[in-house]
Design a protein. Structure first.
Length: 182
């Protein structure tokens, strides 16, 4: 499954041209919530679990096709994370102006994220998590929606040799999101 996801990402990156109409972009998103499923494989079996895809206070800075972002709180498939970082490459985006702001209809990108899971928010047995995936989003006048498919890996806190790996997919809504282009 991982090979299929990597192949899809490489095909999308090699065949698509970014339609970025600005050199720099700052995107602010206050709240995201969605629902999906995460299929994970462990050393003793596999399972599919519901995944509540949530994020609070997201800031993304773009320079041409390159993206870098940080959030105050994020909920990757296993657990939750405070101040996770993400980096990515824009495949295609179409900015639309409304007032001083811009919406993206659509914004498609590949990203990798590194999440520090924090057991103080909820009691989870996992350590850090990484995620590589493709996301497609739309936003206009502060509201938006998106879809994500990603491959994730998470280590257990008590051992670096035991990993939980899997594929996750989610649909989500976005509230109070806008872009400032230069």
């Amino acid at each position: 499954m991982r090979r299929i996801l990597v192949a899809v990402c490489l095909v999308l990156l090699s065949s698509a041209q970014a339609s970025t109409q600005k050199n720099y972009n700052i995107q602010l998103e206050v709240l995201r919530y969605g629902y999906g499923a995460a299929h994970s494989a462990r050393g003793y079996g596999s399972s599919t679990e519901p995944w509540g895809n949530g994020r609070f206070a997201d800031l993304i800075v773009s320079y041409y096709r390159l993206r870098f972002g940080v959030s105050l709180f994020d909920k990757p498939p296993p657990g939750n994370s405070i101040l996770p970082v993400e980096a990515g490459v824009t495949i295609y985006q179409r900015p639309l102006r409304y007032g001083w702001f811009r919406g993206m209809v659509p914004d498609i990108f590949v990203e990798a994220g590194y999440y520090w899971l924090n057991g103080m928010i909820d009691d989870n047995p996992y350590g850090t998590t990484w995620k590589v995936g493709v996301r497609s989003e739309v936003d206009y006048y502060g509201l938006g929606a998106g879809a994500e498919i990603a491959y994730f890996g998470s280590s257990y806190k008590d051992s670096f040799t035991r990993l939980r790996l899997g594929l996750a997919a989610s649909l989500y809504v976005r509230l109070l999101v806008t872009n400032f282009g230069f």
